[in-house]
Ligand binder design. Structure first.
Ligand code: GLA
Length: 398
């Protein structure tokens, strides 16, 4: 059974865009192992758009790998990935062309699924550009879903239609294991915070957040992270942690503390964790963040419960909570304000009034520090554009 917890891996798009090739992928795979990402739980190495020739083979109708980028073909890359114990992912599109204008799988779904199976593919990201108007999302994703289920190889199906056609309402039934529900991420603070709010039921009541009506509708209809469950996860796009403005979606970049916010929010949302930076040159702080065992445990919690906004103080200082299996609670204090500030939090706001007689034993997830037992409330100072993530164990007062 695939995707029992949110899938974890690396995808080429954020950093490499169309400059992807076998050397980059193999170099990334080597580094993946050297950095111990496999031991931390990361599994998939995914080649995004721009890996093929511009046209199909006229005789066989198959998509053909670009002979300059992948001189030994895709099976060679796949074998390399598998030899290191990792899983291999590739990309196609439900329309007639991919988003970057290479051949798409429209009307070739079963042939392409067979081709991917022949390559030894374990993961297919499936985009939504260049789609004939008469072919709707459910039809196209059901078609590729069946093509993958009957191709003779177990392949994780990663849908990428950016929330179109009320995707959350049919995507699980189409056999999809993870699905994008937003437009593309860019490497800046506004981009990832907008994405996070678009997944959060409370986005509709936050006056300072410019959520679109479409996303507000999605959340009201039960989409977003609330729809997560084993077997199918809401994908808030590849991470930009560690990019610092470099690469294909690099804009201003984020600060190290903003990457802490981004990564931990993705974990609080039980999002798939697809890394997007250049692993070959990742900095030590970003590496420690993406390998942080406490954060990964929150992301991979088997129950996949949605986070909720427990408290909002003076507008932009927020506490999110997520119930974990076994009774613990993840608490994320996020300071979206432009100055350092305290964030008061009453345990009442997660259902634990003082009269319950239940206190919280707290651990700082990022540092591992034991913060002791707190009663009724706390008021930590959180620097601007930073966060404090705690794991709380409810304990009965003696
Ligand atoms: C779309 C997707 C991106 C990426 C590009 C490739 O924009 O949303 O994640 O796959 O296409 O062209």
């Amino acid at each position: 059974m695939l995707a029992q917890t949110p899938p974890m891996g690396w995808n080429s798009w954020n950093t490499f865009g169309r400059d992807i090739n076998a050397e980059v992928v193999k170099g990334t795979v080597d580094k993946f192992i050297e950095l111990g990402l496999d031991k931390a739980g990361y599994q998939y190495v995914v080649i995004d758009d721009c890996w093929s020739k511009r046209e199909r083979d006229p005789a066989t109708h198959r998509i053909v790998p670009d002979p300059v980028k992948f001189p030994k073909g895709m099976k060679d890359v796949s074998d390399y990935v598998h030899a290191k114990g990792l899983k291999f992912g590739m990309y196609s599109c439900a329309g007639v062309r991919t988003c970057a204008d290479y051949p798409g799988s429209f009307d070739h779904e079963f042939l392409d699924a067979k081709t991917f199976a022949d390559y030894g593919v374990d993961f297919l990201k499936y985009d939504f550009c260049f789609r004939p108007a008469t072919a709707n999302g459910p039809l196209l994703y059901r078609r590729m879903g069946q093509a993958l289920r009957t191709c003779g190889r177990e392949i994780l199906f990663s849908a990428c239609n950016w929330g179109s056609d009320d995707v959350w309402s049919w995507v699980r039934s189409a056999g999809v294991h993870m699905y994008r529900s937003t437009g593309d991420i860019f490497d800046n603070y506004k981009s990832f915070t907008d994405i996070m709010w678009s997944q959060t039921p409370e986005s509709t009541v936050l006056d300072w957040h410019n959520g679109t009506e479409k996303l507000a509708k999605m959340v009201r209809a039960g989409g977003g992270s609330a729809a997560n469950a084993p077997g199918c996860w809401n994908d808030t796009d590849m991470l930009t942690v560690g990019m610092f403005g470099k690469g294909n979606v690099g804009t201003s970049g984020c600060s190290a503390s903003e990457y802490r916010m981004q990564f931990s929010l993705w974990c609080m949302m039980s999002a798939p964790l697809m890394l997007g930076c250049d692993l070959r040159s990742i900095d030590a702080e970003s590496l420690a963040l993406i390998k942080n065992p406490g954060l990964l445990a929150i992301d991979q919690d088997p129950e996949g419960r949605p986070m909720f906004l427990a408290t909002r103080h003076w507008g932009r200082r927020c506490v999110f909570a997520k119930l974990l299996s076994g009774g613990d609670i993840a608490l994320g204090f996020y300071n979206f304000d432009d100055n350092d500030a305290s964030i008061p939090f009453y345990f009442q706001d997660i259902g634990l009034p003082d009269a319950a007689g239940v206190d919280l034993k707290l651990t700082n997830v990022l540092t591992g520090e034991d913060l002791g037992v707190r009663r009724e409330y706390m008021n930590p100072v959180v620097p601007t554009h930073d966060c404090l993530v705690l794991r709380a164990t409810p304990v009965h007062r003696p």
